[in-house]
Design a protein around this ligand. Structure first.
Ligand SMILES: *[C@@H]1O[C@H](CO)[C@@H](O)[C@H](O)[C@H]1NC(C)=O
Ligand SMILES: *[C@@H]1O[C@H](CO)[C@@H](O)[C@H](O)[C@H]1NC(C)=O
Ligand SMILES: *[C@@H]1O[C@H](CO)[C@@H](O)[C@H](O)[C@H]1NC(C)=O
Ligand SMILES: *[C@@H]1O[C@H](CO)[C@@H](O)[C@H](O)[C@H]1NC(C)=O
Ligand SMILES: *[C@@H]1O[C@H](CO)[C@@H](O)[C@H](O)[C@H]1NC(C)=O
Ligand SMILES: *[C@@H]1O[C@H](CO)[C@@H](O)[C@H](O)[C@H]1NC(C)=O
Length: 675
């Protein structure tokens, strides 16, 4: 009796939710979903020709889109030379009413212009999207998934495991249809029942921009579905948007079913689909197993902390499962398995150590969270990195960092002491570096004079050795990918220690280059081939190292270095002075004061090595072992550097070219090897 009542009231509630949501669809076809507006890109200023071109482009797009016959998609460019702007607009495949499409594009374009002054930006609305850039991006697939906030509002489903299976089946089917069925033209929808009893369905939609290839579309969708699974597979709806593809699901028909074919899929169950006695046995055994695992898990939880809200435990569980998943075991195959429990500390300990994360203990605020200072009961000082609470993206970074750093031990790498994973708290604990980070030293007018040449040289050497360890000496070949002065910490003796491995990637022994669809990193330190094409290799870290070296030597930032029209970047500035035979002018005068006369030669040599590291072509850059050898020798001849990247015109302006083959020519540096 009770059971029946409960079911029917649940159904009524479901119905009400469904009705509310449908109402939402009807009135909300022009809802803003998300924007991409990087503040570390060049910004344009008003009444420049770039802005004029952009404005014109935005107007052209909305009229072009309805003129294009088959589908509402258009790419166009306006202007010439450095002020050329490229733009692209797309209406969702189920939108067949050109008025609706045009109005959405117009609204989105205006909105984007109002919200964003970056030279590369994008906006997603419910039924359309608009993108523009100073770079030519057509046909160039790049995956940069975004996670709109509205996902957090979605309710949790009651049976996440089977829900996720059905959802994955649905999304894979529509992805294949969209990418490989020419009739679908990069857009597909479908629905599927996930609960026989309630006749409840999941509705799925995927879409790619129409300028990319079938395989690029499919791999974009795969990445997006992976993220969708991570964020939303236990929710009643979810959406991931990206430059070249979007995916979405919901429990109501959110798309225009009268214009898009949405077949009802059947989830393949074991034959017949009827309940047989052995199935009951299996289910009961399974449940008992799951329950006992849960009990063990809960006991462990309770031991760590008396009471905790059970609601948030999923994040932790998935993370722990992922840490122990075969993928991660494979990573560590050469060594022993990481015993993650040794690393785990309790939230209570960390709260006590940091005065409950008090503001007075705050050291800084970074991309993924806040850093606090703390003291453990044994008197050891620690740095506590508390990842922002709701940052689902931080989960990946977290996993990466814990696994990587736990395996790495080197004088020039910051040491991970432990981590905390409780509820939504994700915390990393490091040894405390009393002199904080390099940027707070080299760019600070008061602290910089404390750095003499000897110390600077030591920092450069330490940094080089730390990187060499990452690239070649640790058993794992690791590319840091986000090397910058903020990520170089200094201990009490001003020894450099590399930190922040959230974006690092591991390479197998004989792999030299990789391509990523997801470009992460910091503008100003990213190598051109990585920023443009997503190609990264050890040589992209070498580039970042070269930039940091020049920053240490000159005391100036590469980012925001706009002294003269002739030299828009620090690299161009150094390159120009070098070619004029005035290499020493690159060096900060304060630093030169601390040099002995005999050291001028070494300083100049460092400028030379830095310029070799930032050359445009990765093949011409030395490896880190070359660099370590060159730094340690005063006599070894150095080749003339070639033109560095980003030294002409804008900070970034390269048309996509055929991909670079890095593996060919290492002979350039073959005579410079350790020992
Ligand atoms: C649009 O396509 C139809 C049929 O494919 C064709 O008859 C018509 O002329 C086209 N219109 C434009 C403006 O190209
Ligand atoms: C965009 O619109 C312009 C003008 O109607 C047209 O010439 C161009 O071919 C369109 N591009 C695409 C990809 O449809
Ligand atoms: C939905 O599809 C129908 C049938 O093609 C069409 O008449 C209607 O305009 C579409 N609605 C929108 C908003 O495009
Ligand atoms: C297209 O949408 C507009 C505004 O929503 C509406 O006035 C018009 O009747 C629609 N046209 C068609 C053909 O459905
Ligand atoms: C998707 O499912 C439909 C219906 O079951 C089926 O006809 C179609 O072949 C499937 N598509 C792919 C690519 O698997
Ligand atoms: C738009 O993209 C298509 C597909 O990549 C390309 O063929 C076309 O030339 C582009 N249009 C413009 C105006 O660049």
């Amino acid at each position: 009796m009770m059971e029946k009542d409960r079911i029917s009231s649940a159904m009524i509630i479901m119905l009400i939710i469904l009705m509310l949501k449908s109402v939402n669809f009807v009135s909300g076809t022009e809802n803003l979903i998300d924007t991409y507006c990087p503040d570390n890109f060049p910004l344009y200023t008003s009444s420049t020709s770039f802005q004029k071109n952009l404005k014109l482009l935005m107007e052209t797009l909305s009229s072009n889109i309805v003129a294009s016959n088959t589908s509402f998609f258009n790419n166009t460019s306006t202007g010439e030379g450095l002020d050329k702007v490229y733009g692209q607009a797309l209406c969702r495949g189920d939108i067949t009413n050109s008025t609706v499409c045009k109005e959405c594009i117009e609204k989105a374009s205006k909105d984007l212009m109002n919200r964003c002054k970056s030279e590369d930006a994008m906006i997603w609305y419910d039924v359309c999207q608009v993108r523009y850039s100073f770079q030519m991006f057509f046909s160039n697939a790049v995956y940069t998934g975004k996670y709109p906030k509205q996902n957090d509002l979605e309710k949790r489903v009651s049976d996440p495991t089977s829900f996720q299976q059905v959802l994955t089946y649905l999304m894979n089917n529509v992805s294949n249809e969209a990418a490989f069925n020419p009739a679908k033209n990069m857009f597909a929808t479908a629905d599927i029942e996930f609960s026989k009893k309630k006749k409840a369905r999941i509705y799925g939609l995927v879409e790619c921009t129409k300028d990319i290839s079938e395989t690029d579309c499919r791999s974009c969708l795969s990445s997006a579905i992976t993220e969708l699974n991570a964020c939303c597979s236990y929710r009643e709806g979810g959406i991931i948007v990206s430059r070249n593809c979007n995916v979405r699901f919901d429990l109501f028909e959110f798309f225009n079913a009268s214009s898009s074919v949405a077949p009802l899929l059947i989830f393949p169950t074991s034959k017949g689909g009827k309940w047989k006695p052995w199935m009951f046995v299996l289910t009961i055994c399974g449940s008992i197993l799951i329950i006992s695992v849960l009990i063990v898990f809960c006991i462990a939880c309770l031991r760590q902390k008396k009471a905790r809200e059970g609601d948030e435990e999923r994040t932790e569980r998935t993370l722990l499962q992922e840490l122990a998943s075969p993928k991660n075991v494979a990573i560590t195959q050469e060594g022993e398995l990481i015993s993650s429990d040794q690393l785990f500390m309790t939230l209570a300990t960390i709260k006590a150590a940091t005065g409950n994360f008090s503001d007075t203990n705050k050291l800084g605020h970074g991309g993924f969270g806040t850093v606090y200072k703390g003291v453990l009961p044994d008197g050891n000082e620690i740095a506590v990195k508390r990842l922002s609470r709701k940052s689902w993206q931080g989960l990946e970074e977290f996993k990466n960092e814990v696994i990587l750093i736990a395996k790495l031990q080197h004088k020039n790498l910051v040491k991970l002491l432990g981590c905390v994973l409780e509820g939504e708290e994700k915390i990393l604990i490091y040894e405390l570096m009393s002199n904080r980070s390099l940027d707070q030293f080299i760019f600070d007018p008061f602290r910089r004079p404390k750095l003499d040449w000897k110390t600077c040289y030591g920092i450069i050497g330490g940094l080089a050795k730390g990187l060499l360890y990452l690239h070649e000496e640790s058993r794992l070949k690791i590319i840091h990918r986000d090397l910058k002065p903020n990520n170089v910490l200094l201990d009490h003796e001003l020894v450099a220690k590399i930190s922040d491995f959230g974006m690092a990637r591991m390479f197998s022994e004989n792999q030299n280059t990789a391509n990523t669809k997801r470009i992460v990193g910091t503008h100003g330190y990213m190598a051109p081939e990585y920023a443009m094409e997503g190609l990264f290799s050890v040589k992209s870290d070498v580039f970042s190292f070269g930039v940091i070296m020049l920053e240490i030597i000159s005391g100036k930032r590469n980012n925001g270095f706009y002294t003269t029209k002739l030299a828009p970047t620090l690299l161009a500035h150094a390159w120009r002075l070098w070619n004029e035979g005035n290499g020493l002018e690159v060096v900060d005068p304060i630093l030169l004061v601390s040099c002995l006369d005999s050291e001028y030669e070494v300083v100049l040599r460092c400028v030379h090595i830095a310029l070799l590291c930032v050359q445009e072509d990765p093949q011409h850059r030395p490896t880190m072992s070359n660099v370590v050898v060159l730094l340690g020798s005063e006599s070894m001849a150095l080749p003339q550097p070639r033109q560095p990247a980003f030294s002409s015109g804008k900070a970034i302006h390269v048309e996509p070219t055929a991909s670079i083959n890095h593996s060919v020519n290492e002979s350039l540096w073959s005579n410079v090897t350790p020992r």
